[in-house]
Design a protein around this ligand. Structure first.
Ligand code: IPE
Ligand code: IPE
Ligand code: MG
Length: 249
């Protein structure tokens, strides 16, 4: 079991800081294009924005930060962009893991592993092992991740473990999702202006507060994250109940 009750059954308080923030880091290509630079220059700058988000989340006491880095659909991009992104992912991990570890950060990578080069898989496993016991921020990078893949792999894992299973419950499925170690996100942010989920955490976003901004990812900074969190604090999370039920409680 995940140890976390679903947000559809318990009510996290929006007045408190979000425990879990999940971000679709979009707009790198457009950021570069505006500057007459190749798209990949935007991806490179995007890594700087990641660093700023990690340190800001630590300062703000956020417990889980989840970043969508590469979707299961992003393989459809031109081969040279895909290969640049893979190299960038590899180099960023090689360079940053020691610092993450020093900062007590637990690193998790979620998504399919079988389409990555063995060198990347090896580094993912090493980095997760190295930081596994850290008790500070849990930083999750979703890479070759798709929400539909996640739900299916959870269901298939359950069936493989028990082929005679008659019924799958919400708790059973949630416990086998790639992010079963984390509570559901309180706040979802998407930069870059598009207002869609693009196959990110489909199951877990059921009652997450959504925040969209036109800001392109390389320009997204600490002040903008704080603005998103301020917006979160204005929300009333009802999970199907009435407003009166919440204030009476
Ligand atoms: C997000 O930026 C990064 C990845 C999907 C890897 P994009 O590359 O999608 O940037 P835009 O949306 O084309 O501007
Ligand atoms: C979503 O961005 C995935 C990541 C940021 C990793 P995309 O740029 O791939 O999304 P779509 O294709 O515009 O929906
Ligand atoms: Mg995009």
């Amino acid at each position: 079991m995940s140890g976390f009750s679903s947000s559809t059954t318990s009510i996290p308080d929006a007045a408190k800081s979000p425990r879990h923030i999940a971000i679709i880091m979009d707009g790198n290509g457009r950021w570069a294009k505006k500057r007459f630079m190749p798209r990949v220059a935007g991806h490179k700058r995007g890594v700087d924005a990641v660093r700023e988000m990690v340190s800001t989340c630590i300062d703000l006491g956020v417990e889980y930060l989840t970043l969508f880095a590469f979707s299961s659909e992003n393989w459809r991009r031109p081969a040279d962009e895909v290969s640049f992104l893979m190299q960038l992912f590899l180099k960023a991990m090689e360079r940053e893991v020691v610092k993450l570890h020093e900062n007590n950060i637990r690193l998790k990578i979620v998504g399919r592993r079988d389409r990555f080069e063995p060198q990347i898989v090896e580094l993912i496993e090493q980095s997760e092992r190295k930081t596994a016991a850290n008790k500070g921020l849990t930083l999750t990078i979703a890479a070759d991740y798709g929400g539909r893949w996640d739900i299916l792999q959870a269901g298939n894992t359950l069936l493989a473990q028990n082929p005679l299973l008659g019924e799958i419950t919400e708790d059973m499925l949630a416990a086998h999702l790639a992010m079963s170690y984390a509570p559901e996100p309180d706040l979802f942010i998407r930069t870059g202006g598009e207002q869609r989920i693009s196959n990110f955490l489909l199951w877990q976003l059921a009652y997450t507060e959504l925040y969209f901004t036109e800001t392109l990812w390389p320009d997204f900074d600490a002040a903008m994250l704080k603005r998103a969190i301020d917006s979160f604090h204005q929300r009333e999370r009802r999970f199907g109940r009435t407003s009166e039920q919440l204030t009476d409680a």
